[in-house]
Write a protein that binds this ligand. Structure first.
Ligand SMILES: Nc1ncnc2c1ncn2[C@@H]1O[C@H](COP(=O)(O)OP(=O)(O)O)[C@@H](O)[C@H]1O
Ligand SMILES: [Mg+2]
Length: 341
């Protein structure tokens, strides 16, 4: 579905009646004696040039926001023509190109008056080094060896940092959407060579590299995503394992197989455990607590009552809004709640 919203900022003369005259925190505005007239809060859904109409799952979001009395528009984060001072509440969505120029993206985020999620949260979450913080706060994350550009590693040194047995994964620390992720078999000479080349290539580009064992349990138990809006659980999905042996996954050919699932009590407990850690972390980042408009946590159950954290997604997270009938409405409710505050 294609939908572009390109209205300009409205002046006072364009104030319209709200549907049903719902009172909001923005407050009813008297206009020619009509007490039910008021400004609709502007909400900007932020995307990238690659995806001018948002993720396909989210195409219904502008209509859902309009139905809730808001004034939605879609804008591209690095479009120089956008007047962000008039953008209202800005919701970061399909900004999937941020990894190409993370500092430009973060500078943009810092300049936006009302951004969700908070710019400092985007800074923290847009680099998977955040896994180190999660581990320090006691979460079971996938064990990772970090290769850093400033270590100036030789091929031999990279080789010696890979596991000797089993399958392993090489991925950049700043990335999303399964870009540049390779899976290799450790004792296959050609694959090991390919893994070294991939890691060296990323390092030469100045990118940090993560090396992890391939978590076998994902083939059996899948990966579970818990999706939270304004701190409340909305829905949960199960994803099939995504990485094919012996290659780098091509994100363009890549399709995530997602099934809505009824998350059990145990999974929600894990979600809560992670949420508590995220809030402790945000308090240390910002000096105060901060509500996340959205966050998605991806877990691999270990089959023994515990889990490993694959990632926590608070930037361009795919929120699987088509996974359940309520998901899109839940997100629209969560956004409008923030806009009407
Ligand atoms: N160590 C691993 N073991 C098994 N599968 C992995 C591993 N790392 C990544 N994957 C697979 O690759 C996908 C993408 O990896 P992820 O770390 O979530 O990066 P991205 O930010 O690109 O989504 C995961 O959802 C999972 O299917
Ligand atoms: Mg992921």
């Amino acid at each position: 579905m294609r939908r572009t919203v390109s209205r300009r900022v409205r002046g006072v003369d364009e104030i319209r009646s709200s549907r049903g005259g719902r009172a909001t925190a923005a407050g009813p505005l008297c206009h020619e004696g009509n007490l039910s007239s008021m400004t609709k809060p502007r909400i900007t859904l932020v995307t990238s040039a690659e995806m001018p109409n948002l993720y396909s799952d989210e195409a219904g979001l502008p209509d859902a926001l309009s139905e809730r009395g808001a004034d939605p528009q879609i804008k591209i984060w690095n479009d120089p023509g956008v007047d962000w001072s008039q953008a209202g509440v800005c919701v970061v969505r399909s900004v999937s190109d941020y990894a190409r120029d993370r500092s430009a993206f973060l500078a943009w985020a810092q300049s936006i008056p009302r951004l969700l999620n908070h710019a400092e949260i985007l800074r923290w979450n847009s680099d998977k080094h955040y896994m180190i913080d999660l581990a320090a706060r006691g979460l079971p994350v996938i064990p990772t060896t970090w290769l850093e550009p400033d270590q100036h590693l030789s091929k031999q040194q990279v080789h010696s940092r890979f596991p000797a047995m089993g399958d392993f994964v090489v991925k950049p620390a700043v990335s999303s959407g399964v870009r540049d992720i390779g899976r290799y078999t450790a004792n296959d000479t050609d694959q090991r060579q390919a893994a070294i080349l991939q890691a060296m290539h990323l390092l030469e580009q100045g990118r940090s590299v993560m090396v992890q064992r391939y978590v076998q349990q994902i083939d059996v138990n899948g990966e579970i995503s818990l999706v939270f809006f304004n701190g409340l659980v909305s829905h949960s999905v199960e994803k099939r394992a995504e990485l094919h042996p012996a290659r780098i996954t091509d994100p363009r050919m890549h399709e995530v197989v997602v099934t809505a699932q009824q998350a059990g009590e145990e999974q929600w407990r894990w979600g809560e455990q992670i949420r508590a850690v995220l809030h402790a972390n945000v308090r240390s980042l910002l000096g105060h607590d901060e509500q996340f408009l959205f966050n998605r946590v991806d877990l691999v159950p270990d089959g023994q009552g515990s889990f490993l954290v694959m990632e926590v997604s608070m930037v361009d997270a795919d929120l699987y809004l088509k996974a359940t009938p309520e998901a899109l409405g839940n997100f629209a409710d969560a956004i409008t709640m923030r806009a009407f505050w």
